[in-house]
Design a protein around this ligand. Structure first.
Ligand code: ZN
Length: 246
């Protein structure tokens, strides 16, 4: 049986002479497919089945997995390909999708988050620190790991007059007044928590529309990365690589 689906290649494994097994993120979940001859230079499927290629795929169902019979490219994010730092960040996004997006279930919001993030990265429309941190928080939220940032974990206050303490494992924060009472130190500016709150309550298009300055920029990046590592069962290898080439 044949089926056609729009999807983006988020993983590839070389196999055989010049074939690859690719993982697609589609609006209906992750799909694995065999792309015969797709590593041959100039082959019919070579470009459309490469990493980050967003295409309309024609798939034939087989014994163990689908086979790609044809593919029509919609976007290849070629500017990302040309820059090692951007490419390694994009591949990190793909690895998170591989672990967190569902199979055979509605994953249209995962797909929209990835496509938006790559579009912004490809066109230099937002700084990389922001795209990375928003992606991390948004993908964790979609996967069911939304942090509880609406109010202080002790008193429930939505605001804080000073620095706060955020605990990535507990996924909650404590306001400066409660920290004072308990004699504890802050580890984040309150503006960072306000930005996290904005991201986790926004749809995937609007989540990138905010600004932070000064120390809050670094802190926001630290919080989002620590949050991923605290809840993901394994450390993404692509993140280590991205941080090395930074
Ligand atoms: Zn409090």
């Amino acid at each position: 049986m044949k089926t056609a689906v729009d999807g983006i290649v988020i993983w590839e494994v070389k196999t055989g002479e010049a074939d690859r097994v690719i993982t697609l993120l589609t609006a209906q979940g992750l799909v694995t497919a065999y792309a015969r001859g797709s590593l041959k230079p100039g082959g019919r499927l070579t470009g459309t089945t490469a990493m980050l290629s967003y295409s309309n795929f024609e798939l034939a169902s087989g014994k163990n997995m689908y086979t790609v019979t044809d593919a029509t490219s919609q976007n290849r994010f070629l500017k990302i390909y040309a820059q090692a730092d951007k490419y390694s960040l994009a591949v990190y996004f793909c690895e998170l999708m591989k672990y967190l997006a569902p199979t055979e279930e509605d994953s249209s919001r995962f797909l929209s988050l990835l496509l938006n993030s790559l579009y912004l990265l490809d066109g230099d429309l937002k700084p990389a620190w922001q795209i990375k941190a928003v992606f991390e928080l948004a993908v964790m939220t979609l996967a069911g790991y939304m942090p509880d940032v609406d109010g202080c974990s002790r008193c429930g206050s939505p605001e804080s007059s000073g620095g706060v303490f955020f605990d990535p494992l507990e996924a909650s924060w404590t306001c400066s007044e409660c920290l004072d009472k308990e004699g504890r130190a802050a580890n984040y500016l309150f503006s960072v928590i306000a930005a996290v709150r904005y991201v986790v309550h926004s749809d995937t298009r609007r989540a990138f529309s905010f600004s932070l300055t000064g120390d809050a920029v670094k802190q926001f990046g630290r919080l989002s990365e620590e949050y991923v590592l605290a809840h993901l069962e394994r450390k993404p290898r692509t993140l280590e690589f991205y941080n090395i080439i930074q």
